[in-house]
Design a protein around this ligand. Structure first.
Ligand code: NAP
Length: 264
């Protein structure tokens, strides 16, 4: 059986990946801090005849990241597919963010934990000359917007890691891909602490479901690609940002920053 490890599987995109992967008959390692949620996902997955190992871990803590890799390898002997999905955003002006909880932890969970977990599992993939590493990044990996400075730093980092690693290990037959979603309907928004004077937010019609992101992510296993931008038309915005950054700077200053900062 193919074994898939997904981090951040207690809600949102990670939970949707776990459910869909079980239907596709992958054995699973699922990890997050909320163990009761993981156990409930196990209960949904096991009827498909797959083995599911839940591991409670706080990925902001380095030793717990190592523990996830060790326990997963001890239990299954291998991980075929690693999906680095766990992450969170605290969306605010840089000067308003708390240094430990909102800056250090965001970089640790979104970026360093993904790098470390990959590093712990990579030797066994190289040895077997097969494997797939998929990083759930964000459109914020490709376009940095005001109030997303630390989140963007973590996700730009994850994008750079994804690109370099793909070029490092393709020679062993190991695939590496990045998934770059725009707004997705999950718990992410509630936890992000977004406060807006303007009512600017991702319009409902543009928001993706976690199931759609899970489908596009697992499709990579059948048809590997370097990156998936979701929805695909956001590629145009990425293109505009790359080729006309001054215009994007001007638009964001005028329509967002000037109005949000007014009176401060
Ligand atoms: N929603 C969006 O609009 C959007 C857009 C682009 C990219 N993304 C990315 O998609 C990924 C999944 O987010 P989501 O939208 O599905 O949000 P979500 O529903 O809040 O899920 C986040 C997951 O990450 C886990 N997590 C957070 N901090 C953790 C920690 N310290 N240790 C271990 N696990 C931790 C959470 O589990 P516990 O709380 O149980 O630990 C949860 O399972 C994130 O990397 C996010 O940046 C989201």
């Amino acid at each position: 059986m193919t074994v898939l490890l997904v981090t951040g599987a207690s809600s949102g995109i990670g939970a949707a990946i776990a459910r869909l992967a079980a239907r596709q008959r992958f054995d699973l390692v699922i990890t997050a801090r909320r163990i009761e949620r993981l156990e409930s996902i196990c209960g949904e997955c096991e009827p498909f005849g797959v083995q599911v190992l839940p591991i409670q871990a706080d990925l902001a803590v380095g030793e717990q990241v190592r523990d996830v890799a060790q326990r997963a390898l001890e239990h299954f002997g291998k991980i075929d597919i690693l999906i680095n999905n766990a992450g969170f955003g605290r969306i605010n002006w840089l000067e308003a963010l708390d240094s430990e909880e909102e800056i250090a932890a965001q970089i640790q969970v979104n970026l360093i934990a993904a790098i470390q977990l990959t590093r712990y599992l990579l030797p066994s993939m190289i040895e077997r000359k097969q494997g797939y590493i998929i990083n759930i990044a964000s459109i914020a990996s490709l376009i940095a917007t005001p109030t997303y400075s630390v989140y963007a730093a973590s996700k730009f980092g994850l994008h750079g890691f994804t690109e370099a690693l793909r070029r490092e290990i393709a020679i062993y037959g190991i695939h590496v891909s990045g998934v770059y979603p725009g707004g997705v309907e999950t718990e992410f928004g509630e936890k992000a602490g977004i406060k807006r004077k303007t009512r600017i937010k991702t319009p409902d019609w543009m928001r993706l479901t976690a199931d759609r992101v899970a489908q596009e992510t697992l499709q990579l296993i059948r048809r590997p690609r370097r990156q998936v931008i979701l929805p695909s038309y956001l590629s145009l915005v990425v293109w505009l940002n790359r080729f006309s950054p001054a215009l994007v700077d001007w638009m964001l200053q005028r329509w967002f920053v000037a109005r949000e900062r007014a009176g401060n």
